[in-house]
Structures are given as C-alpha cells and as structure tokens.
Design a protein around this ligand. Structure first.
Ligand code: AHM
Ligand code: MG
Length: 322
C-alpha cells in the first residue's frame, strides 16, 4: 500500500507543496464525510445567498468553501486563495510561497439528487511580492501551475492528482483515513466514440460546434463515420474522470446565452486544473481554437469555453472551428 504522502516524496515534490496538498486533502476528507452524511446532517438544499457569479449557493457549497478556506489561509505556505464561492481572493500568510484556487464543490446541482460532485483545485507559485487579497498575483496562465487535481465524491472518494509528472489516482481508504495509490500514469485513449455536451444549449453555439454535433448524430453514415454514444452527468469532475478512465470528449463550448460570458466554466479553478490533468494524461484541452493553458487570465472568475479529452477527437472539433 502506497499512501499519497509517500508518492509525493518519491516524486521529489518539495516539502512546502506537500504540506499544502496535505491540507487540501484534510479539507476534502472533511467534505467527503459531510457529503456522506447527506440528509442526516441537515445540510442539503440551498442558502438564501447568491455567489458573485449570480448562482444560488447550496448549503454544501458554502460549507465546503469554508472548510477549504479556513485550513488553507492558516497554512504558512499559502499566500492566498481564490474560490468560486468567494467574490474576491483572500489573503493567507504574507510570505506564503503558493496560491491555491478551487471550486469547493463542483456540480453542486447534483447534491440534492445524491449524484457525483467534486472539489477541483489548482496551485500556482506566488510572485516575490504582492498580497493574496490582490487578485493580480493570481492572473498567471495555466502552464504555471505546479499542481492540479480533483477529488471525486462518488461511490468511493477518489483523488486525481498531477504535480507535472503524469496523473495518478488515489482512493480514500476510509478505515485509515488516507488516500492510497490505486492507479499510476493514467493515459487517455487517443480516439473515442463518446461525447458529452449539454444538448439543450445547441441553438446558442457557434456554427462549427453545431456542425460537429450534427455530424456526430449522423453516426456511421455521416462524415465522421462512427456511431457515437452520449453522456452528460452535469458534473465536470465526473465527466473528466470518465474520460481519464475510458476516453471521450467533454464540451462546454462558447455560447451566446449571456452577453460577455464565453461559456459557463471558469478558467482559474475549472478550465486550467482540468487541462493540466488532461494534458498530463496525453489528451488535449482547448477552447476549440487555442490551448486553455495558454489563455492569459484577466480575472479570477473569468469564463472559458472548454473542449477536452481524447486527442484526435479534440483535434477534429478544432478543425470545425477553423
Ligand atoms: P458549478 O461550478 O456551479 O457546479 O457549475 C459547473 C458545472 C460543471 O460541473 C458541469 O459540467 C456544468 O456545470 C453543468 O452545467 P449544466 O447545468 O448547464 O448542464
Ligand atoms: Mg464548478
């Protein structure tokens, strides 16, 4: 049995980063426990509040955010945090070496129906100067991430992590309270016949995306020559996990539902960490035109179109957008 800590030491991950990752995992174990209690803990359902992005917050969104925030801003190596559920970035320790951004509970529309949700996180190095409550120090492109990952709260709780040396899976052993290595150097198959997209937004997409999906639906008689299958969990963590396990393509593309919002997902704590994982596993992650990790962020809650997964299929979608 190899525990998370042992693998991080083996992979030469510096002590300070190991500590921060350890703290993220303590928070995720706490979140896993609360999710497991469900209705018993009386914390299902929504709050009265909305987050800065105008979305109703679930009670568990707020609780998960508080759990992560409290542990991280008290970590001496964390300069600051940025969260989907915080309007602004929050300062941690003034000399902290790292910045952590996270979506504390992604896919939270799934909570009340007892389906999979997850925590997504991304870790950047803090620049020499600047306080963690100044969002400008967070605005670094995804290539600068030193670690990224998610914890999927499904039938088992699973950590999927990269520190830039491939992607490993760790399953939470609830008996000993530790994440234990269960799969190493995961690779996404290059080809796929499975796509994931919220079809109800079809009329809002660009012509290229409309055409790609129309061609997928034609199956083996169409120009793509394959019989496709479709999945939509409405939980990006579950979606990306399926792709890491058996391949596929996931899209939350550009749409024109709301002016000024190029899609739904956020760059700093959804797009970038998922892109690092997907690329480290041999897949591709793009906006349909450029690599997501090359997008220069302009705001902590910036949105980005997302097309990621099996390499050859993502390249096809990019062709449709030329
Ligand atoms: P959230 O961060 O508010 O939970 O939103 C992100 C989630 C993703 O997990 C998922 O891919 C997407 O929203 C589903 O959106 P939709 O409800 O439009 O299908
Ligand atoms: Mg989210």
């Amino acid at each position: 049995m190899q525990r998370l800590h042992e693998i991080l030491v083996r992979d030469g991950v510096e002590r300070e980063l190991r500590q921060v990752l350890g703290h993220v995992m303590i928070a995720c174990k706490e979140i896993a426990h609360k999710l497991g209690q469900g209705e018993l803990a009386g914390i299902l359902g929504s709050t009265e509040a909305e987050n800065v992005q105008g979305e109703t917050q679930k009670m568990l969104d707020v609780i998960s955010n508080d759990v992560l925030k409290n542990i991280l801003i008290n970590d001496e190596y964390v300069r600051g945090i940025g969260s989907e559920e915080e309007d602004y970035t929050v300062a941690g320790h003034k000399d902290g070496k790292f910045l952590v951004t996270f979506d504390p509970l992604d896919g939270s529309s799934n909570i009340d129906v007892n389906l999979s949700v997850g925590t997504i996180f991304s870790i950047l190095e803090a620049p020499a100067n600047g306080s963690g409550d100044d969002q400008s120090i967070f605005l670094q492109d995804g290539r600068k991430q030193v670690a990224a990952g998610y914890v999927l709260y499904g039938p088992s709780a699973l950590l999927v992590l990269t520190t830039g040396k491939g992607v490993n899976f760790f399953t939470l052993d609830r008996h000993i309270g530790e994440f234990v290595l269960t799969k190493e150097q995961v690779k996404i198959p290059e080809d796929t016949k499975e796509f994931a997209i919220n079809m109800s937004n079809q009329r809002f997409w660009e012509p290229g995306m409309q055409q790609y999906i129309a061609d997928c639906l034609q199956g083996e008689e169409g120009p793509l020559g394959k019989r496709y299958n479709m999945r939509w969990v409405a939980s990006m963590v579950a979606e990306v996990h399926r792709i890491l396990v058996r391949g596929g393509i996931f899209m939350y593309p550009w749409d024109n539902r709301e002016p000024g919002k190029p899609g739904k997902l956020r760059l700093m704590y959804e797009g970038n960490p998922m892109s690092m994982l997907v690329e480290q596993a041999g897949g591709l992650s793009t906006t349909a035109r450029e690599n997501i990790m090359d997008v220069q962020p302009e705001g902590i809650h910036q949105r980005v179109p997302v097309v990621l997964g099996s390499k050859n299929e993502v390249l096809k979608v990019m062709e449709y957008h030329k």
